[in-house]
Design a protein around this ligand. Structure first.
Ligand code: GLU
Length: 467
C-alpha cells in the first residue's frame, strides 16, 4: 500500500522567515509534492514571551512569496492547550509522568551545585513519586527510565545512538499550563498523523526525548530526517553578522522567488551537477536520499548569479510590475511612471534585463530612460573631450532634421557622420551615450535614442552641451 505522506513545517513565530527555516519549509514542501502528500503549516507559539502575531504573519508572507503553499493549517499550538493537558494527565495517570513542585530558583541552585561538582546538570528526580498536588503550582515531568539506548534511524544521518542515561526527566507542562516544545511537538505530530519529520539537525538531540514520548504514549514513530545546518562563509552558523538572512530582506533587495528557491534547494541537496532547476523539475527529482550530511555554506555570490539568470529569463511584463517600488526607491516619481505606457515601460525593461542581477540594479540602470534628473558618472564625464563636444554640436541639427527617429536611421546617420569626421563610430556613439544616459555602459545607444524620442534627446544634448 502506498504510504500517504504527511509532513509539516513548524516555525516558532519569533522573527522573520530565515534562510534556514525557508530551506526546511522547501524540503518539506518538495517532499510532499513529490509524493502527492500533504504539507501542513503549524505555528509553534506556546512561548507567549517570544511569539508574536506579527512574526507569524511575516513567516506566512515569506512562504507565500516563495510559492510554498500549505494544504492544512496554519494550526496554532496556543489554541490547542487542552489537547496537551489531556495527554499529560493521561501520562500522569499511567505513572509515566509526575508532578514536580521544584521552583525555578531551586532548580537553578541545584544545577549550579551539580556543575560545580563536575556532574551533568540533570534534574535529580526529587519529585518522582508525586502523582497529585493540591493547592500549589506544579509542573508535569516525564519519567525517564535511563537504561539502554535510543536509536534513531535518520534518513539523512543514518543510525544515531543516544545513551538513555543522558536523558533527564523533562518537563511536559509548565506550572502555567503551557507545554514545552518537546511535548507539544510530539502530541501534534501524532494527532496530525505526520509520517516524516524533516527539520534542522539542531533538533537531533531532542529526538531521543521525543522518541521516549512516542513510546510512552504508545504511538508509532514517524521517520526522521535531520537537515544539516547552513553556515556563513566563515564556517560559523549563519547569522545576521553575515548580512541579510531573512527571505523578506532578499525580496526587498530585488531577488526573485524562483532564484531563492533554486538557491535554497542546493544548500544540502543535489541532482548530478545540475544547477538550474524549475519548480516542476524539483518536485520530480527531490528525494531525501540526495540530502547530504555535511553543513552547507551560504554563498551570496551564487545567489546573485542565479538571480541574474532568472531576471534575464523573466517576462518583461512581470518584471515591470515588480519594478514599480524599486523605481520609486531609485527616485522615479509615481506620476512619471503612471504617465508611461505599460508597453513602453516593458520595452525599457527588455533592454536592460540582460545585464541586471537584481531588480534594484535593474531599476537603477533603467531609470535614465525615465524622467529623472540624470546624475553624471564622473568617469563618463571624462569622455566628453572638447573634440567630442564639438562633434556632437555639429550632429545636433542633423538629429533635428532626421526623417524618422528610429534606431536604424540613427545608426546610419551616425556612421555617415563618423566617416565624414574621419572618426570611428564609437567616437560618436560613446559621447552620445554619456550625454544621454550619464554612464559609460548601456544597451545599444541608438535603441536608447529611439526610446527616448527626438525631443528628449535634443533637450538632453542642449542641457549638457549648452545652446
Ligand atoms: N518550532 C521548532 C523550530 O522552529 C520546530 C522544530 C520541529 O520541526 O520539530 O525550531
Amino acid at each position: 500500500m502506498k504510504e500517504n505522506v504527511r509532513v509539516r513545517f513548524a516555525p516558532s513565530p519569533t522573527g522573520y522567515l530565515h534562510v534556514g527555516g525557508a530551506r526546511t519549509a522547501l524540503y518539506n514542501w518538495l517532499f510532499a509534492r513529490h509524493h502527492g502528500g500533504t504539507f501542513i503549516l503549524r505555528i509553534e507559539d506556546t512561548d507567549p514571551e517570544r511569539s508574536t502575531e506579527e512574526s507569524a504573519g511575516a513567516i506566512m508572507e515569506g512562504l507565500s512569496w516563495l510559492g510554498l503553499d500549505w494544504d492544512e493549517g496554519p494550526y496554532r499550538q496556543a489554541e490547542r492547550l487542552a489537547l496537551y493537558r489531556e495527554s499529560a494527565e493521561r501520562l500522569l495517570r499511567e505513572g509515566k509522568a509526575y508532578c514536580c513542585v521544584c521552583t525555578p530558583e531551586e532548580l537553578e541552585e541545584r544545577r549550579k551545585v551539580s556543575l560545580a561538582a563536575g556532574l551533568p546538570p540533570k534534574y535529580d528526580g526529587r519529585c518522582r513519586d508525586q502523582r497529585a498536588i493540591e493547592g500549589r503550582p506544579f509542573a508535569i515531568r516525564f519519567r525517564m527510565e535511563g537504561i539502554g539506548k535510543t536509536i534513531i534511524e535518520d534518513l539523512v544521518h543514518g543510525r544515531v545512538e543516544f545513551d538513555d542515561a543522558e536523558l533527564e526527566d523533562f518537563v511536559l507542562l509548565r506550572s502555567d499550563g503551557t507545554p514545552t516544545y518537546n511535548f507539544a511537538v510530539v502530541i501534534d505530530d501524532v494527532l496530525m498523523e505526520i509520517t516524516h519529520v524533516i527539520r534542522g539537525d539542531d533538533h537531533l538531540s531532542n529526538t531521543p526525548k521525543q522518541i521516549k514520548l512516542y513510546e510512552g504514549l504508545g504511538f508509532p514513530l514517524p521517520r526522521f530526517a535531520h537537515l544539516p545546518m547552513i553556515l556563513g562563509p566563515d564556517k560559523s552558523r549563519l547569522s545576521k553578522r553575515h548580512g541579510a538572512t531573512s527571505v523578506q530582506a532578499y525580496r526587498d533587495l530585488g531577488y526573485l522567488p524562483e532564484a531563492m528557491i533554486n538557491y535554497l534547494v542546493r544548500l544540502g541537496w543535489s541532482h548530478g551537477d545540475q544547477e538550474i532547476f524549475s519548480k516542476e523539475e524539483l518536485v520530480r527529482y527531490f528525494t531525501l536520499e540526495k540530502v547530504g550530511k555535511t553543513p552547507a555554506v551560504f554563498d551570496p555570490a551564487k545567489l546573485l548569479w542565479l538571480n541574474g539568470h532568472y531576471i534575464k529569463q523573466a517576462e518583461a511584463k512581470r518584471l515591470t510590475e515588480l519594478l514599480f517600488p524599486f523605481w520609486e526607491e531609485a527616485g522615479v516619481g509615481q506620476e512619471e511612471l503612471q504617465k508611461k505606457e505599460t508597453g513602453w515601460l516593458e520595452g525599457v525593461v527588455r533592454m536592460y534585463q540582460e545585464r541586471a542581477k537584481t531588480l534594484r540594479e535593474l531599476a537603477e540602470s533603467s531609470k535614465v530612460l525615465l524622467e529623472v534628473p540624470i546624475e553624471m558618472d564622473p568617469e563618463a564625464t571624462k569622455l566628453l573631450s572638447s573634440e567630442a563636444r564639438t562633434r556632437l554640436q555639429t550632429l545636433r541639427p542633423r538629429l533635428e532634421a532626421l526623417a524618422e527617429f528610429t534606431a536604424e536611421a540613427l545608426e546610419t546617420l551616425a556612421r555617415g557622420f563618423a566617416a565624414e569626421q574621419g572618426a570611428k563610430l564609437v567616437e560618436i556613439a560613446q559621447p552620445l551615450r554619456v550625454v544621454l544616459t550619464g554612464r559609460t555602459v548601456s544597451p545599444p545607444i541608438f535603441v536608447i535614442m529611439e526610446f527616448l524620442g527626438r525631443e528628449r534627446c535634443l533637450r538632453r544634448l542642449k542641457d549638457v552641451l549648452g545652446p
